[in-house]
Ligand binder design. Sequence first.
Ligand code: AMP
Length: 287
Amino acid sequence: MEVITTKKALQEKRHNKKNKTIGFVPTMGFLHEGHLSLVNQAKKENDLVVMSIFVNPLQFGPNEDFERYPRDEEQDTRTAKEVGVDILFIPSVQEMYPNDQAIHISITKGTDVLCGKSRPGHFEGVAMVLSKLFHLIAPTHAYFGLKDAQQFAIVHTLVQHLDFQITLVGLPTVREADGLAKSSRNVYLSKTEREEATSLLKSLQVGQQYVQNGEKLPSVIQEAVTQYLQTTTNGRIEYVSVLNYPELANISSTNEQIIIAIAVQFEKARLIDNLILDSYGKQIERI
Ligand code: AMP
């Protein structure tokens, strides 16, 4: 595995691999099995796998956890090598953003709900870093987890509207044995919060059960999920939403592909989770 820290070296490397298929896995590091599942799929479908590790300041709000986002470059480098990454790109903030931001990306679809609503500017920051990485790496395929389903939908719009020639792959959420979605931020849960956090998936499954039983009204499903979360965690419920997917618009009936999405703020960690369901309540795990 080659570790690259500059944009120039990365572009040169890409230039020398012109005719290869490249699977790209963008991450913020502190790698766990969720990230590794993306690499495994990328390896199956491409000649080479490029992973980036970059905690992108542009996607964090002023009161968010950019400074204390967990980082462990040495361990991540070992893990990336073990799992078979070919090129690991770990740039500094200075390398990625040497100048003041003179260009801002504004996204008008899918950003006024869920995390876009509670984290203004977040997806614009994601779109900026991904646009840069897509230009530098010129991947043929890029791999994302559907744990961040809103991100996946917005990246889809980005790729479509800016004409990136990249096939996007959305893969299943990897979970702990008790159902908690793996996340770099889970290390910041206290012992009690860690136990309570299992109720995120359980609350989504309550919603899923409603859909399977024929409930069509998003508000009824939202209420049931909220009720379950309220009685099982002390975390602050940031949102519980039922929208269509991937459009992420409000709907009057669940007669289409939907997402049930939640965010819960614990003391030091904000957790998100979701289920994407067809109109019968069957889970869509990959896209
Ligand atoms: P992050 O490092 O949190 O920015 O995540 C990098 C990529 O890994 C994103 O595409 C995430 O959706 C994906 N990812 C994070 N957690 C999981 C998980 N538990 N299962 C599957 N993919 C994940």
